[in-house]
Write a protein that binds this ligand. Structure first.
Ligand SMILES: *Cc1c(COP(=O)(O)O)cnc(C)c1O
Length: 390
């Protein structure tokens, strides 16, 4: 006990102790925290679907019909019509044979990688891949080579060096949109390398799904290479406003996941209301309203980024609604978060292990239903707070 206590004190001294902030309202562009209304600038609810009436209604109707819980895992008694319908729609969305739901993106990545890859296989993994991919690689026990972030030449050199002693399957593993930098994987080049070296390509498009591409199909659609991705992972929890995740791929891979994906097999399935809301979100984001919301999101993103750019801030190559500004060490970062809270703006400072040591940041995310003056106010306040902190 004493040792744990000491660890907590050490974290506090380093400015690294995390605590929970409780939201008292529904999720939207404004949220209530400790009795105050705050402009929310750090949610992944990009399209504002988390509180959308269509999702709430779909979940309610499913609860009326199917009740709440599922009482079991998918392979025992918990596979329900709502799951199947959503999986079929997700497969069509990504243009592949089949899809399989997982209870979260974390569960999908830590289930999928060990199910499909093992000792003897080789995974090339981007240095800034999400923690769930890192853990999935570890659990797979495949050899993992981490290549410098988005560095195609370095990846190519690593692949060329490994080629002579090749054995087993090769996988190129990347986020589509990098969650803490807001930049994109160089997918067209990764597709070229995948063909050149007979590797598979897996894209974790947690932040791309619903946001990127003309119809929201993600980073692959944005680059015009959706068909070249072997394993699509996406979540229902960010732009889709709900909860859960999916893997979309060829039928044999999905069948294997049903048989070998431990996080799929040994976990109770998602409530049917969650799956029904997921289907409503998927329909919404492919329709006219989805297109309008994406336009609003991107308009807000451009307006926000323009003010930060004009102030000379470095946005780390962000080209998405995720906009980071480096602040360095934990102490000053959290002081900036507090200062912005005083101004009514909620933008969470990000510290290790979410980002590398010394690369703490303010990570702002825009939403479709932020209004223009709010976006402007938030950007100006952020610029002012950063300038004062200099
Ligand atoms: C958020 C995220 C996940 C995890 O998804 P959850 O559904 O929240 O568990 C996985 N990968 C990336 C890149 C993410 O940003």
């Amino acid at each position: 006990m004493q040792e744990w206590h000491r660890q907590l004190e050490e974290l506090a001294q380093q400015g690294m102790k995390r605590t929970l902030r409780t939201i008292e309202s529904a999720q939207g562009p404004w949220v209530q925290v400790a009795g105050r209304d705050l402009l929310l600038l750090c949610s992944n609810n990009y399209l504002g679907l988390a509180s959308h009436p269509a999702l709430v209604e779909a979940a309610g109707a499913a609860m009326e019909r199917y009740g709440f819980g599922t009482g079991g895992s998918r392979l025992i008694s918990g596979s329900m019509r709502a799951h199947r319908r959503l999986e079929e729609a997700l497969a069509a969305f990504k243009g592949v044979d089949a899809a399989l739901l997982f209870n979260s993106g974390y569960a999908a990545n830590t289930g999928l990688l060990p199910a499909l890859f093992g000792p003897g296989d080789l995974i090339f993994s981007d240095a800034l891949n999400h923690a769930s991919l890192v853990d999935g690689c570890r659990l797979s026990r495949a050899r993992t080579i981490v290549y410098p972030h988005a560095d195609v030449a370095a990846l190519e050199a690593l692949m060329a060096a490994q080629a002579p002693q090749r054995q087993g399957r090769w996988l190129i593993l990347t986020d589509g949109v990098f969650s803490m930098d807001g930049d994109l994987a160089p997918l067209p080049d990764l597709v070229r390398l995948k063909h050149q070296y007979d590797a598979l390509l897996m894209v974790d498009d947690a932040h791309g799904t619903g946001v990127l591409g003309a119809t929201g199909r993600g980073t692959g659609e944005h680059f015009g290479c959706l068909d070249a991705i072997d394993l699509h992972m996406g979540t229902l929890s960010k732009a889709m406003g709900g909860f859960g995740a999916f893997v979309a791929a060829g039928q044999p891979l999905i069948d294997l996941l049903v048989n070998r994906g431990r996080s799929f097999i040994f976990s109770t399935s998602l409530p049917p209301a969650v799956a029904a809301a997921g289907l409503a979100a998927l329909e919404l984001l492919q329709g006219e309203e989805g297109e309008r919301r994406r336009q609003e999101l991107w308009r807000n993103r451009e307006a926000f980024a323009a003010i930060l750019h004009a102030a000379g801030l470095d946005l780390l190559g962000s080209v998405t609604p995720i906009i980071p500004v480096l602040t360095g060490e934990p102490g000053p970062t959290m002081a900036l978060t507090d200062r912005l809270l005083d101004k009514g703006i909620f933008v969470q400072g990000i510290r290790p292990p979410t980002v590398p040591t010394g690369r703490c940041r303010l990570r702002a995310t825009l939403m479709a239903d932020h209004r223009e003056p709010e976006v402007k106010y938030a950007a100006e306040q952020m610029v002012a707070a950063l300038a004062e902190a200099q």
